[in-house]
Write a protein that binds this ligand. Structure first.
Ligand code: ACO
Length: 380
């Protein structure tokens, strides 16, 4: 008798992990014992990175060492910059990031070393380099020279500085920091699983992170933040929400991007925090329109029996779209920003996998034909 198929691996536990707890029934997220609300309010992204990699918060000297190592390791080799300048300017930024991270392995002195210390050094460099690559690509594709990282800034500040070539603006870098903290880690999500599957074969950190980036790109996962914003732009005005919902969701077969989650059957706690940040940023920018569209659409969905019965709530991508749009980030850069943060979680899981490895290799139930006779090619 064949085993029952668990399509989408739903409910299958594939590892023990100390990195984070996702409680989907109660809408709780905890990194290494700290509730996400506490971290979003207090932590620098680098503090969260340290926490995920060391299972405890850093003291002041440890935090400064990590901040400085990430900032210094964030420099891209000139060969990478030269190569990026040859890419088609209309390339998908996630495809660019996937290629850049793969190519960074050529320049990394530890690329083929899977030892504990080498993995730590690679995780530090990749955490900085992914941010630099995101900012650099956004400039290169607009015909601007990329701006390198500053050794005195934290990652969120460096991103804003490298993106704009000035500043960094404090409000923008504070908002980016919160965003980075909230998205750094999330249990056995699809991209983290992909990273772990990759390194479980004895492959390497860069390959694992490339798998994570390729997986995050999809609209059912990290790609949903850009799709959510495109949906809000399509709606265009709060007065169009009711009609858009009726035509596209109730009478059509579309999904509301940024709503629904495999694990959360209550409000994603990150969405609650991001909703508040989106509102505050929208108010201070003087343009509340996009926040109002998002809020009205979420309220409309949450009052609808279809969404109530299926326990569909806004997820992390829903209000983060408004936060990033209000900060003037290009919509197709939203998912690369997700990767800028999630590299912390991916690398934590890669190191955890290496520390207690076993090849990840599920099975399938074969449903094809059997014992077919061979027919020569010109008789088929
Ligand atoms: N809008 C409308 N209906 C939805 C939505 C949505 N956003 N999400 C799920 N549903 C419905 C499905 O149609 C299905 O209905 P049915 O039971 O009548 O067939 C039911 O809810 C369950 O949906 P599944 O796709 O089976 O749930 P699954 O756990 O596989 O999917 C997913 C989760 C992919 C996130 C889904 O909710 C979705 O497509 N959401 C929109 C994309 C999105 O926001 N993705 C980001 C997730 S967060 C992250 O990855 C960072």
């Amino acid at each position: 008798m064949a085993e029952p198929v668990k399509k989408g691996l739903e409910g299958i536990v594939v590892a023990e992990s100390r990195t984070s707890l996702v409680n989907g029934q109660e809408g709780k997220l905890v990194y290494q014992g700290y509730p996400i609300e506490t971290l979003a309010e207090n932590a620098l992204f680098e503090e969260v990175v340290f926490l995920l990699w060391n299972e405890r918060l850093p003291n002041r000297a440890e935090l400064e060492n990590l901040r400085s190592a990430i900032a210094q390791g964030a420099v891209l080799p000139q060969g990478i910059i030269d190569q990026m300048k040859t890419y088609p300017k209309n390339s998908n930024p996630m495809a660019v990031l996937r290629t850049v991270v793969s190519a960074l392995a050529f320049y990394d002195p530890d690329s083929e070393d899977n030892g504990v210390e080498a993995n730590r050094r690679k995780a530090i460099r990749l955490t900085g380099q992914i941010t630099t690559a995101c900012a650099a690509w956004n400039r290169i594709r607009k015909g601007q020279e990329p701006v390198g990282p500053r050794a005195d800034l934290n990652l969120a500040q460096n991103f804003v500085y490298m993106l704009e070539g000035k500043g960094p603006d404090q409000t923008a870098s504070d908002a980016i920091n919160v965003y980075l903290v909230l998205l750094a880690e999330h249990g056995m999500n699809a991209s983290t699983f992909a990273s772990r599957v990759t390194v479980a074969t004895g492959s390497d950190m860069h390959s694992g992170i490339v798998s994570g980036i390729g997986t995050l790109k999809g609209p059912s996962h990290g790609g949903a933040n850009a799709e959510a914003m495109n949906m809000f732009l399509e709606i265009g005005d709060p007065s169009n929400v009711a009609n858009w919902f009726k035509t596209n969701i109730k009478e059509g077969d579309r999904r509301i991007m940024g709503i629904g989650h495999r694990i959360y059957k209550a409000l994603d706690p990150r969405a609650a925090i991001l909703e508040e940040h989106a509102r505050l940023l929208a108010e201070s920018s003087g343009n509340l329109k996009w926040f109002q569209i998002a809020k009205q659409l979420a309220d409309t969905a949450r009052a609808d029996s279809y969404f109530i019965e299926r326990k569909l709530y806004p997820n992390v991508d829903y209000y983060s779209a408004i936060v990033l749009y209000t900060l003037n980030i290009d919509v197709d850069m939203f998912t690369p920003l997700f990767a800028m943060s999630r590299v912390a979680g991916w690398s934590a899981h890669v190191m955890e996998q290496f520390a207690n490895n076993r090849l990840i290799r599920p099975d399938v139930t074969y449903t094809g034909p059997m014992d077919l006779p061979w027919v020569p090619v010109d008789q088929r």
